[in-house]
Write a protein of this length. Structure first.
Lengths: 492, 179
């Protein structure tokens, strides 16, 4: 099956400046910034995770303190006050002084008030069913103990010490023991809660540590990969460039050696007196002239490429008629096409608007396309020049295409043909000489003028290169005065 | 010898003269001129709030304060609360309820405790707050407080159906500066 590859730059971004190339180019130009951004992003992500984990741990710690530690402290105070209630009651037994007994009774009642308040607070805070049950039991047991305590106190104050002791032994001790057990159970409950929450904090901390290590590892990996990719990209580019430059030097040397050999041979013949007669001299003169022009053209192209290397070459933009451009192109390539025996077919759509451009640069750009058509269009020996109106994303544009019926290109070659020094292996094999600068130079000129190049090609059928040019804006035309003040155009 | 007998007779006559009614105060201290009436305040009889007794007659009150009645109707033992000797409130109770002086009261209780007729001697407390707290803590306690010292921790008992604020209430204590 015959492979067919048709690419239209407007539809496929891989044709002119492929996305990958653009990305790689951006990486090469802004590698340090990109790396910085990557590291910043990674650090920001790590920071967000760290802050979130810290907040979680902090909240958990506060929760533990508020609920468990504070609760344990309160239970400890409750236990102390309960003991104080009992202690003060029993101290009243040790004296017969009613005034002192009353002081102990007061102390006992103050302590029992604190315990009662603490139990009420615990009951209010109790949420779990087990806690509510425990709080209810504690309240009941404490009330029982207090009623017995009151009887004991009354007996002591009445002076019935024996009765007081008997009451305390029979009722006070067991009921206080129940209270003590209840308080211990509350304490155990807080202990259990604290342990559970501590386990949660430990789990959160462990999770955070793992997450941090993971993120830091990922960041390190990402940064290393980015650095490696950048370095590799630069290295590959450098290798590719060096290779292309070597090929370029070889190609230019070859291109220069052929005319030089002809020049040398002709000069030798003339010097040796082998050339006689006016006709022979004229013939040799023409040969010398052609070879010199060829060499001069080659050198000019190299110099032009070098001057557009930084893509900052200044052109004088002015409104141009498309006919004017095409005619200039035909004039400059007439000798070439005629000499190679190519038929040139021209079609210009009537009523085309003016375009903004530099005539000399546009002619140079299109000359390269025509030169390629001559170089690679041998099978058909036909060149089609066509100018027509088109629509781009930014608005209307004028397109000038150069078509041939030559060898065409394979699909895989197309992304590389605009790279400097690129020479297709198939073309090299066919002994078609060149520098690999023509399309690159044409692309740079087109982009510098605000336009672009696109290509449609089919292997063994032919290729069509199209120059897309922006239409001259009406305002600009009015400002510059079309035809009257051409040099007043803006420079880019 | 005759002169000594005359002196003794004169002294005896003088003593009889100064011992006449209206001159008792003058016999125990310096002359104080015309008698002054000090302001008084009702002296409330208070019991524990759990006590169901609301009213006591003067006779019942006397029996209680002399330890002759040992239990309340509900079976609770009566615990008598007194202020220290010399306090105006105690004087009022001795005078208006017990109708005894200090030594008579002391002898009465010593005799009662010795014979077993009285089970518990009165509890002596230093101040009104102590009395109030004692009555509050002991269900069978009974004591006395100036009306201004009474609060809702204790219950006032009517005496002969009179409350301390009533006009016919008998128990009053003198209000001296500093009391």
């Amino acid at each position: 099956m015959r492979s067919a590859a048709k690419y239209e730059a407007a539809q496929s971004p891989v044709v002119l400046v492929p996305t990958v190339d653009r990305v790689l180019s951006a990486v090469l130009r802004h590698n340090a910034t990109l790396l910085l951004v990557l590291v910043f992003c990674a650090v920001a992500v790590v920071g967000v995770f760290v802050i979130r984990d810290l907040q979680t741990a902090n909240a958990e710690a506060q929760n533990i303190y508020a609920v468990s530690v504070q609760g344990l402290r309160e239970i400890g105070e409750l236990q102390f006050d309960a003991q104080e209630t009992r202690r003060a009651t029993l101290y009243a037994l040790t004296t017969n002084d009613s005034n002192l007994q009353l002081e102990y009774a007061d102390q006992s009642r103050d302590a029992d008030r604190r315990v009662t308040d603490g139990i009420a607070q615990y009951m209010h805070q109790a949420k779990l069913p087990a806690e509510v049950l425990l709080a209810g039991r504690l309240t009941h047991d404490w009330a029982n103990y207090l009623s017995i305590r009151d009887e004991v106190l009354a007996s002591i104050l009445e002076g019935s010490t024996k009765e007081a002791v008997s009451l305390d032994l029979s009722g006070g001790v067991p009921s206080f023991e129940r209270v003590r057990q209840d308080l211990n159970e509350v304490k155990r409950s807080y202990d259990d809660q604290a342990s559970q929450r501590l386990a949660m904090v430990v789990g959160t901390s462990r999770r955070s540590a793992v997450r941090l290590i993971g993120i830091l590892g990922f960041t390190f990996l990402l940064s290393s990969t980015a650095v490696w990719a950048i370095q590799r990209s630069r290295m590959l580019s450098a290798i590719q460039l060096a290779k292309l430059q070597m090929e370029f030097v070889a190609s230019v040397s070859h291109e220069l050696r052929t005319p030089l050999a002809v020049l040398s041979s002709a000069a030798d013949n003339i010097a040796d007196g082998l050339v006689e007669g006016k006709a022979d001299l004229k013939k040799y003169g023409t040969v010398l002239q052609n070879q010199s022009r060829q060499m001069s053209g080659l050198v000019d192209q190299i110099l032009l490429f070098a001057s557009t290397e930084d893509r900052k070459r200044r052109y004088v933009l002015q409104p141009l008629e498309v006919t004017q451009i095409v005619e200039a192109l035909e004039a400059s390539t007439h000798e070439l096409t005629q000499g190679a025996g190519f038929a040139v077919e021209r079609h210009i759509e009537p009523g085309l608007p003016q375009v903004m451009g530099d005539l000399s640069a546009l002619t140079q750009c299109l000359q390269n396309l025509v030169g390629n058509a001559v170089k690679y269009g041998s099978p058909g020996r036909w060149i089609g020049l066509r100018a027509f109106r088109g629509h781009a994303e930014h608005g209307e544009e004028v397109r000038i295409s150069v078509s041939d019926k030559g060898i065409g290109m394979d699909r895989s070659e197309i992304p590389h043909i605009f790279e400097p020094f690129y020479r297709s292996p198939r073309v090299n094999a066919m002994q078609i000489h060149g520098t690999g600068l023509g399309l690159s130079l044409a692309t740079r000129i087109a982009e510098t003028l605000g336009g672009r190049l696109s290509v449609v090609s089919e292997l063994s059928v032919g290729s069509t290169f199209t120059l897309h040019l922006p239409v001259a804006e009406r305002e600009r035309l009015e400002m510059s005065g079309v035809g009257s003040q051409p040099n007043s155009s803006k420079q880019t | 010898m005759g002169r000594l007998a005359c002196l003794l007779i004169f002294a005896g006559l003088a003593a009889l003269l100064f011992a006449a009614p209206g001159h008792e105060a003058a016999s125990s201290g310096p002359p104080s001129g015309p008698e002054q009436t000090l302001p008084t305040q009702p002296l409330a009889i208070v019991v524990n709030r759990s006590n169901s007794v609301d009213d006591l007659s003067s006779t019942e009150l006397r029996r209680v304060f002399l330890g002759e009645r040992s239990h309340w109707p509900n079976g609770r033992r009566i615990t008598l609360v007194m202020r220290e000797p010399g306090e105006p409130e105690r004087k009022t109770i001795l005078r208006d309820v017990c109708q005894m002086n200090e030594s008579e009261l002391k002898n009465h209780f010593l005799h009662g405790l010795f014979t077993g007729e009285i089970l518990v001697s009165p509890k002596i407390l230093a101040n009104a707050v102590g009395v109030r707290k004692f009555v509050f803590n002991v269900p069978g306690a009974i004591g006395y407080l100036r009306l201004s010292d009474v609060d809702n921790t204790v219950k006032i008992v009517r005496v002969d159906e009179f409350l301390p604020e009533d006009k016919g209430y008998k128990l009053h204590v003198e209000v001296r500066p500093g009391n």
